[in-house]
Design a protein around this ligand. Structure first.
Ligand SMILES: *Cc1c(COP(=O)(O)O)cnc(C)c1O
Length: 416
């Protein structure tokens, strides 16, 4: 990379920035995959160091020796609440406002139904075009089930679309494709000003920035366990319900684990007090245990400092983009204003698919969002400035050498 027209840090400068990083040692809390640059923590986080030993104990001690007794003796039964309390501290909630159970899609279903029942008389669910598809798909399923209506709006239409017919607005705090972020406080207020409820999806923000759900007066939230929380493939998701909504919360999946007395085995349903009523069936213990051990990577970590590092990484990527990638046919998808973006940089290119295949072959792991967006998740606890530099350098080589034209990189159908 020898473009001289625009000044951007060189590789040595990046090495220096990493040496000065006050959070540099946090990378040692992860087993980073060997011989690759990992830019995909926004899809699946790497393994935190405490997880393998904790999983071994879960199998070899708890399951092997305790067997069914482990539901009490090893605390398996209360794991959804216990792990929820750990996550609560990362998202500005009280310990008893968060519970871990099911997938994000399922939790969206439970909370959107609860919101429509709470705001009875109103029928509209507002979602935003370009948000993560499952959020919109689930909203349409809920609307069909309850005789509601989904109002799908573009960001520029949002102001006019949120009126007194709206029961609930569901939005990602940071968009998965663009990394565009919201002012959670202002948005929550605007939604509540017309009497609607606010449901935040934190999948792409929790773990990489400070989140203050209660300070912002959020009503509901969901988020996933396997992205920046590093809980492992298919890790369960969490739900947040503000204390003021818990007593009359009516979610539709009334399974036995959400019953007030699950082991009384009575015939009639009565919801548990508090967040436990969001449980449905038996929880996946190994997944919960992996997530719990993974969350230890956040012990003592100041998310304000994590956000500072995140801004440094994304700003560096954009500086390098300006210096080396604009001239090579790439467009910036992520907002330039630092306060309007999450911890990811997305860039577009007409040859995005083949470029990503070539990049993967070089050992740089990012991903593609069809048709033309290349995403790079810059997880601030382990991604280094030098990784950002090397990623951009690899993109330059791929384009300048027309590596993406090779047939092997043009075979369709790869997942990332
Ligand atoms: C990753 C993600 C999901 C994932 O949903 P699952 O049901 O856990 O597969 C949902 N919503 C958003 C915004 C996401 O980024």
């Amino acid at each position: 990379m020898d473009d001289v027209a625009v000044s951007a840090p060189g590789r040595e400068a990046c090495v220096r920035l990493d040496a000065e990083n006050p959070l540099a040692s946090l990378r040692d809390r992860f087993r980073m995959p060997r011989d690759v640059i990992y830019m995909c923590g926004n899809s699946l986080g790497p393994v935190p160091v405490g997880v393998p030993e904790r999983m071994r104990r879960a199998v070899e001690v708890e399951w092997t020796d305790d067997v069914v007794r482990a539901w009490s003796s090893a605390g398996w039964h209360v794991a959804p609440e216990r792990v929820g309390a750990r996550i609560a501290r990362l998202i500005g909630a009280a310990d008893d406002e968060v519970i871990v159970a099911d997938s994000t899609s399922v939790n969206l279903f439970k909370l959107l139904v609860a919101a429509l029942r709470k705001n009875a008389g109103r029928k509209v669910i507002v979602v935003e075009r370009g948000d993560f598809p499952t959020d919109m798909y689930v909203a349409s399923g809920v609307a069909e089930l309850l005789g509601g209506e989904v109002r799908m709006v573009r960001p520029d239409e949002r102001a006019g679309a949120i009126d007194e017919s709206v029961a609930v607005v569901a939005l990602s705090e940071v968009k998965y494709r663009t990394a565009r972020g919201y002012d959670m406080r202002a948005m929550t207020r605007a939604v509540q000003d017309v009497g609607a409820l606010m449901l935040w999806d934190l999948c792409h923000s929790a773990g990489v920035m400070e989140i203050a759900l209660n300070d912002c007066n959020a009503d509901y939230a969901v988020g996933c366990g396997y992205k920046y929380l590093n809980g492992g493939p298919g890790a369960p998701s969490y739900s947040f319900v503000a204390k003021r909504h818990q007593a009359d919360l009516r979610q539709p999946l009334t399974g036995w684990h959400g019953h007030a007395a699950p082991f009384a085995f009575v015939d009639d349903y009565a919801p548990a007090a508090g967040m436990a009523r969001l449980r449905c069936g038996t929880s996946p213990q190994f997944s919960l245990i992996a997530l719990e051990a993974a969350l230890e990577a956040f012990d003592g970590v100041d998310l304000k400092a994590v956000r500072v590092r995140s801004e440094q990484l994304t700003s560096l990527f954009i500086d390098l983009f300006d210096a080396h990638l604009v001239s090579r046919g790439f467009g910036l998808v992520t907002p330039r204003e630092v306060e309007r973006r999450g911890s990811q940089v997305s860039i577009a290119h007409a040859e995005a698919y083949a470029i990503m295949q070539a990049l993967l072959a070089k050992g740089v792991i990012g991903d593609l969002r069809a048709p033309d967006v290349l995403r790079f998740g810059l997880a601030p606890m382990y991604v280094r400035c030098v990784d950002v530099f090397d990623t951009v350098a690899a993109l330059v080589e791929i384009v300048d050498g027309r590596v993406y034209e090779r047939a092997e990189y043009r075979q369709p159908g790869k997942v990332i």
